[in-house]
Write a protein that binds this ligand. Structure first.
Ligand code: ZN
Length: 551
C-alpha cells in the first residue's frame, strides 16, 4: 500500500492548499518565463515548501505544459520522474542538515556549472533545512548567485529564516522570498475528507478533527497520522481508534473538567487527575487541551464558534459556556498563564496540575463578586473592623457554588448511606445537621464550609429556619443563593417538601459568644480546616493555595 502522504502529494500548484499566494506567483513566473535564480521558501514544517519546489521544477521542465499556463501536466515522463524523486539530472535535492561543509558547497558550485541537461531545460537545486548551511557554504553559493548559469534555479527551504538572516544576510537580497502559511485545522480536515472520499475509506468526522489537531498545521503529518491509524487495525476509523493510537485524552475528561470548573466542584479535582493518570494520559497535553477547551468556551461566550474541536467536545463547550461567562474564562486563562512555567518545570507535574485545577475550581466568579458588592452596599455599617479598605474592591472569600441549578444527587453518598426519611421536626433535624453539612461538603467544600457556620433555628410547617453563627454578610448571601440546593439536601431526610429560610442573619441570639468571635479571619481558618478535613491530599494543596484564599 502506498502511503497516503506520498500518494496525495500535490502535482500542481493548484493542489497546494492554503499557499495560494505562493502558487499564483510561481505559476505566473513560469508562464511568463520570469523565474528567479534563487528562492527562499520559509515557513513551518509540513506546509508544502519542498513540494512547491518540486512542482516548480516540474513546471519548468514539463514536456506538455500548455503555453501561457505555469502548471505542469503532472503526467509526462519528466513530471513523473521529478514527482517520484527518480534519478533525475535536472533536479538535485540536498539536505543542508547533512551537507553543510565547505566541500559540499564547492561540489555544489562545480555541479551547478554544468547547468541543465539539455537545451531549454532547467536545473533546480532544492536545499532543504537551508538554515543549517555554514557561512562558508553560503559564501560559495553567493558567488554562484552573483553570476548564475542560465537555466539554474536554487530553492532554499527553511523553517528558520531568521538564522539565515544572521549567517548569510548578503544572500537574502539575491533571493526571492515566499512565506508559507501554517495550514489551519479546517483546511486540513477538508483535504483529509477529500482523500478519504477518493480512497473510499470509512472515517468518522470526529476522527478527522482529531487527526487535524494532532498534525498541528502540517498537511503531510496529517496524512501520515491517517496512514498510521489505518495501519493499526481494520474497519472504520473512529475517533476512539485515533485516540487510542495517538494516546489522546477523551472529550469526556475535558467535559468533566468544564463541569468541575463551572460548578466549582473542588471534590471532583482529585478523581479527575486520578483518571487521567490511570489512563496513562500526558498531563502536559491535558493542560494544553484544557487551555484550548477554555478558549473555545470563550469564543462561544463572545458569540463565536468553537473551532478545531471534535463535535463531541463542541457540544460540551456549548453546554458549559452559559455557566462560564467570558470575564470568568479570561481569568481562568490568566491563571493558566501564571502557572505555565510551574507546570512545565515542576518535578511533581501531577501536583502542579492538581493545584491548577483547584485554583480554577475555587476561583471567584464575576456574578458572586457582584453579589458581594451588593450585599456590602446593603449593610454599610457592618464589619467595620474586618474591612478596613472600604475603597478597594471587595474580593469574595467565601463564595458558594454559583450554579443555581438543582443539586444533582451526590455521587459521594451511596443509596445505602441515606437514612430513612422521617418527619420534619426541630430536634430530629438538629441531630441530622452534621450529616447534612457533610453531604453538602461532599458536593462542594465551599457549600459545606458555609453550612458549617449555621444552625437550625426553627422548624415551622414545611419551612426550616437557618441561622448564621457569624455576622459575615457574604455568608448570608451565600446561604440565600443556595436555599434551593439546601432544601434538596434536607429533603433527603424528610418526608415532606422543605423550604429554607434564613433567620435574621448575624443576629447571633442563640450563640452570642461564638458569633462575636467568628471574625473573618476565623471564618477563613474554619474553611481551611474544613477543606483539610475533607481530604488529606487536599492539605498540601490548600497550603499551596493559601495565598489565593487570602486574596
Ligand atoms: Zn509534464
Amino acid at each position: 500500500m502506498i502511503a497516503l502522504a506520498r500518494k496525495y502529494r500535490p502535482k500542481q500548484f493548484a493542489d497546494l492548499i492554503v499557499q495560494d499566494h505562493v502558487a499564483a506567483a510561481l505559476r505566473g513566473a513560469v508562464a511568463h518565463g520570469r523565474t528567479a535564480h534563487g528562492y527562499l521558501f520559509a515557513g513551518p514544517r509540513g506546509v508544502g515548501k519542498t513540494t512547491a519546489a518540486r512542482i516548480l521544477a516540474m513546471a519548468l521542465n514539463c514536456e506538455r505544459r500548455a503555453a501561457g499556463t505555469g502548471e505542469p501536466c503532472g503526467a509526462c515522463d519528466s513530471c513523473t520522474r521529478i514527482w517520484t524523486g527518480a534519478a533525475n539530472l535536472d533536479v538535485v535535492e540536498l539536505d543542508a542538515a547533512s551537507n553543510r561543509g565547505v566541500d559540499d558547497a564547492r561540489e555544489l558550485r562545480e555541479r551547478a556549472m554544468y547547468a541543465a541537461s539539455a537545451e531549454g531545460r532547467h536545473k533546480v537545486y532544492i536545499v532543504d533545512e537551508a538554515h543549517m548551511l555554514t557561512r562558508e557554504a553560503w559564501n560559495a553559493l553567493l558567488k554562484i548567485l552573483e553570476e548564475p548559469p542560465s537555466g539554474v534555479v536554487f530553492v532554499f527551504a527553511t523553517t528558520e529564516p531568521q538564522k539565515i538572516a544572521l549567517s548569510a544576510a548578503p544572500i537574502l537580497s539575491r533571493l526571492q522570498r515566499f512565506d508559507f502559511r501554517r495550514i489551519g485545522p479546517h483546511a486540513i480536515v477538508e483535504r483529509l475528507r477529500h482523500v478519504v472520499a477518493a480512497e473510499g475509506l470509512a472515517v468518522e468526522e470526529d476522527a478527522l478533527h482529531l487527526i487535524a489537531k494532532s498534525a498541528d498545521g502540517g498537511m503531510r503529518d496529517a496524512l501520515s497520522i491517517l496512514d498510521q491509524v489505518l495501519s493499526f487495525g481494520e474497519g472504520a476509523v473512529t475517533a476512539g481508534r485515533v485516540r487510542e493510537v495517538l494516546g489522546l485524552i477523551s472529550d469526556e475528561l475535558y467535559g468533566e473538567l468544564l463541569r468541575i470548573v463551572a460548578e466549582q466542584d473542588v471534590t471532583g479535582v482529585f478523581p479527575l487527575v486520578d483518571r487521567l493518570v490511570e489512563a496513562g494520559a500526558d498531563l502536559g497535553e491535558f493542560v494544553s487541551g484544557a487551555g484550548e477547551t477554555l478558549r473555545a468556551v470563550l469564543a462561544v461566550g463572545v458569540g463565536g464558534e468553537a473551532q478545531g474541536l471534535t463535535e463531541g467536545l463542541q457540544a460540551l463547550v456549548r453546554e458549559h459556556a452559559a455557566r462560564l461567562p467570558p470575564a470568568d474564562v479570561v481569568r481562568l486563562l490568566t491563571v493558566l498563564g501564571e502557572m505555565e512555567v510551574q507546570l512545565r518545570a515542576s518535578g511533581n507535574q501531577r501536583l502542579a496540575v492538581e493545584v491548577l485545577l483547584l485554583r480554577w475550581a475555587m476561583m471567584d466568579r464575576t456574578v458572586e463578586l457582584e453579589a458581594v458588592i451588593k450585599a456590602l452596599g446593603k449593610e454599610p455599617g457592618k464589619g467595620e473592623g474586618g474591612r478596613g479598605k472600604s475603597g478597594s474592591t471587595p474580593v469574595l472569600r467565601d463564595a458558594a457554588p454559583a450554579s443555581p441549578s438543582p443539586l444533582p444527587p451526590s455521587p459521594a453518598v451511596s443509596p445505602a448511606a441515606v437514612p430513612e426519611k422521617g418527619p420534619l421536626e426541630l430536634d430530629r433535624l438538629r441531630g441530622l445537621w452534621p450529616r447534612i453539612v457533610d453531604d453538602a461538603r461532599a458536593r462542594s467544600p465551599l457549600l459545606g464550609a458555609l453550612l458549617a457556620v449555621t444552625e437550625v433555628a426553627v422548624v415551622q410547617g414545611g419551612t426550616v429556619g437557618i441561622r448564621l453563627l457569624d455576622t459575615n454578610a457574604v455568608h448570608a448571601e451565600g446561604i440565600e443563593r443556595q436555599r434551593e440546593a439546601l432544601a434538596q439536601l434536607v429533603g433527603r431526610y424528610v418526608t415532606e417538601p422543605v423550604r429554607i429560610k434564613l433567620e435574621g442573619a448575624g443576629s447571633g441570639e442563640r450563640s452570642p459568644q461564638r458569633a462575636s468571635r467568628m471574625t473573618e479571619e476565623g471564618a477563613r481558618q474554619e474553611r481551611l480546616r474544613v477543606l483539610r478535613a475533607q481530604d488529606p491530599n487536599l492539605g498540601a494543596a490548600v497550603d499551596a493555595l493559601d495565598l489565593e484564599l487570602l486574596e
